[in-house]
Design a protein around this ligand. Structure first.
Ligand SMILES: O=P(O)(O)OC[C@H]1O[C@](O)(COP(=O)(O)O)[C@@H](O)[C@@H]1O
Ligand SMILES: [Mg+2]
Ligand SMILES: [Mg+2]
Length: 335
């Protein structure tokens, strides 16, 4: 059974130790199954659809069932998952609630690219609506497991970020020093699914146009682009070496509020990013200030190095003629 080994002096708040330990045990098991690839059955097989119409892969369901079962009796009352229409009461006596994306990056299961689990823990109220449909300021702990070449837990208990790497031989999550999100980098990186360019709102197009223009444009420097299509993997890269991630609202059917879910994807990542020294918004407003109107509500999502995230907001304040101008005429941003 997987254990956690903390750095001397570090302490996981006592009331969170049991649920976090239970999650680590599930994550270690999932990591082993993922590493075994298809040898134990096809983890990427389509097995159905969740209530929101997203295709469910075998691993989505395996992960969801494993976390639900493991969290029984750990102090968790409400369990709200991407894979279930409504929050489930796992323990009527529990004082805590968990919001979870059991398996993030499902489109990468069959291509051996990093995937993960995203979660946040907060106090449980009398019903799931009161618990989950409120801004993220009640979150006590949030983070993700990343299943990649390395399996790691990145988590915050509201006092900076902590990093634990799975020692697969000893089956222990060993804590290792975590540094915050770098505030600058030599060649800044942006992450966005550029295939949706034609559907984006004009301020997002203008922001990306100016990145693409590099040294010829108003930013006066070159950028790199990355898109893994696993939110967890993008977050891990940005916490490690800076940059910005954008999944904006767009004009496609069903994408008016973007793609990512506020309760169990964006709010936990926003909490972790802010605790690591970054910023997270819906392009304009802090993610942690938003009130979800349903468990599966979506939101545009922009996070990363603070000055980059703030710059995206300023593009929304530009007058129409500036934002739709060619980059050469966007005078306000001449470096
Ligand atoms: O396929 P797209 O549109 O690029 O979207 C990729 C995004 O969708 C997600 O895979 C959604 O998460 P799930 O795999 O949990 O549904 C994110 O991890 C990722 O950032
Ligand atoms: Mg996800
Ligand atoms: Mg998922």
């Amino acid at each position: 059974m997987a254990r956690i080994q903390q750095i001397a002096g570090g302490a996981i708040p006592a009331h969170l130790e049991t649920p976090v330990a239970a999650m680590c045990r599930v994550a270690a098991d999932l990591a082993a199954r993922i590493a075994a690839g298809g040898l134990e059955g096809n983890l990427a097989e389509n097995v159905g659809a969740n209530t929101d119409g997203d295709t469910q892969k075998a691993l989505d369901v395996i992960a969801d069932e494993a976390f639900t079962a493991a969290l029984r009796g750990t102090g968790i009352r409400w369990y709200a998952s991407e894979e279930q229409e409504n929050a489930v009461e796992v323990d009527a006596e529990g004082k805590l609630a968990i919001a979870i994306d059991p398996l993030d990056g499902s489109s990468n299961i069959d291509v051996n690219v990093s995937i993960g689990t995203i979660f946040s823990i907060q106090p449980a109220e009398a019903d799931p609506e009161t618990t989950f449909l409120r801004p993220g300021h009640h979150i006590e702990a949030a983070g993700y497991f990343i299943y990649g070449p390395q399996t790691a837990l990145m988590v915050s208990f509201g006092d900076g970020i902590r990093k634990f790497i799975l020692d697969r031989e000893k089956n222990v999550f060993v804590e290792t020093p975590a540094s915050g999100l770098p505030q600058s980098c030599k060649v800044p990186e942006f992450a966005i699914n550029a295939s949706n360019y034609r559907h984006w709102p004009q301020p997002i197009r203008a922001y990306i146009d100016d990145c693409l223009a590099g040294t010829n444009g108003p930013r006066g420097k070159n950028f790199n682009m990355r898109w893994i299509a696993s939110l967890v993997a993008e977050t891990h890269r940005i916490i490690t070496r800076g940059g910005i991630f954008l999944y904006p609202a767009d004009a496609r059917d069903g994408y008016q509020s973007g793609r990512l879910r506020l309760v169990y994807e964006c709010a936990p990542i926003a909490f972790l990013i802010e605790q690591s020294g970054g910023k997270a918004t819906n392009a304009l407003t802090s993610i942690l200030d938003l009130t979800p109107d349903s468990l599966h509500a979506r939101t545009p999502f922009v996070f990363g190095t603070p000055d980059k995230v703030e710059r995206v907001a300023t593009y929304h304040d530009l007058p129409e003629h500036e934002v739709s101008a060619l980059f050469g005429n966007r005078g306000l941003f001449r470096a």
